[in-house]
Design a protein around this ligand. Structure first.
Ligand code: AMP
Ligand code: GLY
Length: 421
């Protein structure tokens, strides 16, 4: 079998790597891929932009590709799935209507309210003055969210009234015409990536991300500086609640809208101090870097699972099987990230890191004249698995310490919430 993975991040490297461990998969294409997928055995990068659907169809027909797995939200929200399905191609990833769950916060909020899914109280505004009036009434802390894809930069968790009012002006001054103002929730965040074929939905093991750039969860929000799985916060009882209170009703609400959702339903949840799971957001894709911690733990061949979702026969698969133990992924970033940063720094030590038994997932890397160089903010992630978290954390850092490039930055405290609990 042949698979095309669309995207170029750490998530896509992990997807390609895991798909190639499925006995049926002989070849993976990655468009456009990165330095990691370029050097993975039986994986070939193809220079097709993630929104060039016509060129993808040409490649898929020419190579007789059996399944397309879409990584990022952008092509999903642009309708890649609709386009490829019209050409009778198996796609893992929701159609354009389904991707609205991530592309529009207000749409997602309405869906949650209609399905009685627990979430923060909120109101939607198309007028700055009305939004500010509401914020002034509610008081701080409060959360202001842009209604549209914003690459992780559209959410302001405002601790003061002034910050919240400023955020409204800021977002309306940008391209956004709608904002969602939301009650501030406290607790611990977890990421539940659930796979669905539109009829059946099954969660993968729950993960926790580290969104902020600085140690102790301080500083600016990033795309994710590290992750671990499974999180002990989601025990069997919590998992049941998430399934019955959040995942099932959301899928039902999508069905009621006539949406045939086949892909990942990623629920970003807050587990409140009272132990209630509340939904912060839904994404229409695998999380990054959660995927780099979750997939190495999966025993069931990934190809079988993703194809079953694309062909709408997930219920026929036995329950997913998992390795024992814990996985930790530490992300190495360029100096300055998530602000501006330089590229094209030579990377060394990847082989040495891998020889410790860890897996290095490339994100912003590329090969130039056979040299591996940096090509993004989040450069790579190192994942280690061990019998317990302490071991996995130690192994991930032992491997990360072998890697170097000018300005490399990584948090030294990935997993701190578990070790401190
Ligand atoms: P979102 O893209 O909606 O998940 O928001 C990005 C980040 O902002 C989340 O991962 C949380 O850390 C934070 N956040 C979002 N909504 C809330 C909320 N209602 N209360 C507290 N923090 C929030
Ligand atoms: N790790 C956060 C995300 O993928 O959205």
């Amino acid at each position: 079998m042949k698979v095309l993975v669309v995207g170029n991040g750490g998530r896509e490297h992990a997807l390609a790597w895991k798909l190639l461990q499925s006995p049926q998969v002989k070849q993976v294409f990655c468009s456009p891929g990165n330095g990691g997928t370029a050097t993975l055995a039986n994986c070939l990068n193809v220079e097709i932009a993630v929104d060039d659907f016509a060129s993808m169809v040409d490649l898929i027909k020419k190579e007789a590709i059996d399944l397309v797995v879409v990584g990022p939200e952008l092509p999903l929200s642009l309708g890649i799935t609709d386009y490829l399905r019209e050409h009778n191609i198996n796609v893992f990833g929701p159609d354009k209507a389904g991707a609205t769950i991530e592309a529009s916060k207000s749409w997602a909020k309405d869906l949650m309210v209609s399905a009685n899914v627990p979430t923060a109280k909120s109101a939607t505004f198309t007028n700055a003055e009305e939004a500010k009036e509401y914020i002034t009434q509610e008081g701080a802390p409060i959360v202001v969210k842009a209604d549209g894809l914003a690459a992780g930069k559209g959410v302001v968790v405002a601790m003061t009234l002034n910050e919240a009012l400023g955020a409204v002006d800021e977002l309306f001054a940008q391209k956004f015409s709608t904002v969602v103002v939301e009650e501030f929730l406290t607790g611990q965040e977890v990421s539940v990536l659930a796979l669905t074929d539109g009829v059946t939905i099954r969660p993968l093991i729950a993960a926790q991300d580290h969104k902020q750039v600085g140690e102790g969860d301080t500083g600016a929000n990033t795309g994710g500086m590290g992750a671990y799985a499974p999180t002990p916060l989601v025990n069997a009882q919590m998992s049941d609640r998430i399934y019955t209170e959040i995942l099932q009703p959301t899928l039902k609400a999508l069905q009621d809208k006539g949406i045939d959702y086949r892909g990942v339903l990623y629920a970003g949840l807050m587990i409140t101090p009272e132990g209630e799971p509340k939904t912060l957001e839904f994404n229409c894709r695998f999380g990054d870097p959660e995927t780099q911690a979750v997939l190495p733990m999966l025993k069931t061949p990934l190809f079988d699972v993703l194809l079953a979702c694309a062909k709408q026969n997930l219920a026929s698969l036995p329950p997913f099987e998992w390795h024992e133990g814990s996985a930790v992924c530490v992300v190495g970033a360029s100096a300055g990230y998530p602000g501006s940063y330089e590229k094209e720094k030579e990377i060394s030590g990847v082989m040495e890191a891998q020889s410790t038994g860890a897996t290095v997932f490339h994100a912003g890397t590329k090969l130039m004249d056979n040299r591996l160089i940096t090509d993004g903010g989040r450069v790579l992630g190192v994942t280690a698995i061990a019998d317990d978290f302490q071991g996995a954390i130690a192994s991930a850092y032992h491997a990360m310490d072998k890697i170097s490039f000018e300005g490399i930055y990584f948090r030294r405290d990935i997993g701190h919430r578990i070790m401190n609990n």
